[in-house]
Write a protein that binds this ligand. Structure first.
Ligand code: SF4
Length: 442
């Protein structure tokens, strides 16, 4: 039996694709292995939305190509955003790859492995998986990402995703519900809903109600512990009170919203092609904070966008200072060929962008530390993930306001009790740092 090693790079949405690819291959009798040197077939599912990701993807491909040269690997397949972005150009430049497929073409990998075919299979990205598609959960057995739509139709001038992933298309609601039921039957406790824009879910479907209705259906699934909404789009119209009410008050929906605002200065937002003004974004954040204080907010910012001077940056800095997000990430603008922003005037040097990112991160560290200190003494529900490597003898888990991979964790002193991975337990917080919390099972 052929052995396959799949290397998944990039975001959680790519991870879902990787799990679907593995599902197809296992269905065909291939055996998964975790080390390249043990594999007959290696598949690299790539990321390419910024240059840093492109370089990482190419580095991994070249490493595997070396192993192939030594004869330990028979076939090397590269799929995902990198081939979709650069197409045939790459096939000429990187020898040693047997098959290149785009973001919508990976279902053709199994037939290609059996019968061969062209070396490059890159078409328009139209693929959308459903609940019947085989899928192998690779991270933990009790937490899974569920991709509720694919592609993006927003016109952000810095972003290549619409080109790499195609137009926004929602999965049929019944299919998402059925997938979550299947996952829960397999032992999944937490589902993290992902998309390029989860708040646009359903806008292209006949069914009404969108994200709110989907959540309403999901909380009715017996055995599901938590549903979390990631990657929303910051426009006030995307956050009706009914949705916020549900996120704030429904026990099975994590009181957590990931709203990547990018910026709050009007000039920069216009140049970025964002759909909301600074006032609308600020109003949205302050409305959630005042009317639904239970909801923890995560955001992502971009600094160093062309045209961002000291004044524009200060407006962003001041807003972060006042808004006090629970979690915050900052990216430096990366000029990407093929985007509108690539040719914009008013470039900001990478040194200045780096300094601005560092200033925001320093500010946020203080905010997060203060917020976390405020939790000492309280008892919060925590989903146990695994045994902690460091500190030794502890368990590691996440509160409902900590998403997997991107936010902090809770280290649990489990003296006398031994909960298993996937259990939600009450933990009394005893210590707090800027990112992580420490506590005892109550
Ligand atoms: S919303 Fe904007 S930044 Fe996000 S994927 Fe779509 S185009 Fe890119």
């Amino acid at each position: 039996m052929e052995k396959v090693c799949l290397i998944s790079l990039g975001c959680s949405k790519n991870q879902v694709d990787s799990e679907v690819i593995l599902g197809f291959l296992l269905q065909d009798g291939l055996v998964p292995v975790s080390r390249v040197e043990d594999a007959d077939v290696v598949i690299v599912n790539t990321c390419a939305f910024i240059q840093e990701a492109v370089q990482e993807s190419i580095g991994v491909i070249l490493e595997v190509a070396k192993a192939k040269e030594k004869g330990t690997v028979n076939r090397l397949i590269v799929t995902g955003c990198l081939p979709q972005r650069y197409g045939e150009e790459l096939a000429c430049e990187i020898p040693g790859v047997d098959l290149w497929t785009g973001t919508g073409d990976f279902p053709q990998i199994p037939p290609w492995l059996k019968g061969g075919g062209p070396k490059v299979l890159i078409g328009r990205p139209l693929y959308l998986y459903d609940h019947q598609t085989p899928r192998v959960i690779t991270a933990t057995l009790h937490s899974a990402y569920v991709k509720i739509s694919e592609g993006c139709s927003h016109p952000c001038t810095f972003c290549l995703i619409p080109q790499l992933r195609g137009e926004y298309r929602s999965r049929v609601m019944d299919s998402v519900i059925q997938e979550v039921k299947n996952l829960v039957a397999m032992g999944v406790v937490e589902v993290n809903l992902v998309a390029q824009d989860t708040t646009a879910y359903g806008t292209d479907l006949v069914e009404e109600g969108g994200l709110w209705r989907l959540l309403t259906e999901l909380i009715g699934i017996r055995g599901l512990g938590w549903a979390r909404v990631l990657y929303t789009y910051p426009h006030p119209s995307n956050f009706p009170s009914s949705l916020l009410e549900m996120i704030a008050r429904e026990e099975k929906v994590c009181p957590y919203l990931d709203i990547p605002i990018q910026h709050v200065n009007d000039k920069i937002l216009r140049r970025m092609g964002r759909r909301a003004s600074g006032e609308e974004i600020k109003g949205l954040i302050y409305r959630i904070k005042s009317d639904y204080p239970e909801i923890h907010l995560r955001t992502t910012l971009m600094v160093g966008f062309p045209g961002e001077g000291e004044g524009e940056f200060k407006e962003l800095f001041d807003f972060v200072q006042g808004a006090e997000f629970t979690h915050l990430g900052v990216f430096r603008y990366s000029p990407e060929e093929g985007t509108k922003a690539f040719r914009m005037k008013g470039k900001v040097s990478s040194k200045v962008a780096e300094e601005r990112a560092a200033q925001i991160m320093e500010l946020q560290q203080g905010i997060s530390w203060r917020r976390n200190q405020g939790m000492v003494g309280s008892v919060i529900p925590v989903l146990v993930d695994e045994v902690s490597v460091e500190p030794d003898g502890f368990l590691q888990g996440r509160a409902s306001f900590q998403a997997p991979e991107v936010d902090g964790v809770v280290y649990i002193n489990n003296e006398g009790t031994a909960p298993r991975s996937g259990e939600i337990v009450g933990v009394k917080i005893t210590e707090a740092g800027p990112y992580d919390l420490v506590g005892k099972i109550e």
